[in-house]
Design a protein around this ligand. Structure first.
Ligand SMILES: CC(C)(COP(=O)(O)OP(=O)(O)OC[C@H]1O[C@@H](n2cnc3c(N)ncnc32)[C@H](O)[C@@H]1OP(=O)(O)O)[C@@H](O)C(=O)NCCC(=O)NCCS
Length: 168
């Protein structure tokens, strides 16, 4: 019998430890448990996970604010990378953004992260700027944007919200 297909759902408080472990495996500047708890509590945050039989495979954190999406974090567990899960999660973020009336998706990605940049470009993101020495390893952040469509009225707002440094 084959493996069951990965299932997408919103992250819950009980998933935070698994996300935290994956953060530490994947990033030199991992988000803290407190960062992760804050993200789950924000009303405009969309925390997504891909699971197989309740095991976390990949996750993303996005903010939907004022008709725009900011993709803060996209991360696939090391054993599951290169299997299409990052693309699937990114597609889910884009689909939710369109459904909620977002006009654009923004993200920052390290200039050193060729794999992620290739993924974002292949989904239509364009490089629109750069932040010097943005990350813990002093690499620059490339700012990328995907244009989705016209803005609809009534999107929830949260001007001036702040959180941990984004890295797509
Ligand atoms: C970057 C990341 C999210 C991509 O997710 P993934 O599941 O590994 O990638 P996918 O299998 O969905 O592949 C998507 C695309 O990424 C690129 N890619 C994947 N593996 C690659 C590799 N070894 N080298 C270069 N590009 C690669 C390709 O463009 C690929 O598309 P293709 O298979 O159609 O050619 C994932 O590898 C990851 O979590 N890495 C560590 C954390 C990280 O860097 N997160 C991104 C922060 S911005």
């Amino acid at each position: 019998m084959g493996e069951s297909p990965p299932k997408l759902r919103l992250l819950k408080n009980g998933d935070i430890w698994a996300v935290y472990v994956m953060e530490r495996e994947n990033f030199i500047d991992p988000w803290s448990l407190e960062n992760l708890q804050d993200e789950l509590a924000r009303p405009f945050s969309v925390p997504l996970g891909l699971f197989r039989d309740d095991k976390l495979l990949a996750y993303s954190f996005s903010w939907l604010i004022q008709g725009e999406t900011h993709l803060l974090n996209l991360s696939v567990g090391k054993p599951f990378q290169g299997m299409g899960l990052g693309r699937r999660l990114l597609a889910a973020v884009i689909t939710i953004s369109v459904a909620k009336g977002s006009e654009r998706v923004h993200l920052e990605v390290s200039e050193a992260n060729a794999r992620a940049i290739a993924l974002y470009k292949s989904e239509g993101f364009k490089a629109v700027g750069r932040r010097k020495a943005y990350y813990g390893d002093k690499s620059d952040a490339i700012l990328m944007t995907l244009t989705l469509g016209p803005k609809k009225s009534g999107a929830p707002g949260a001007r001036g919200a702040r959180g941990p440094a984004g890295r797509g």
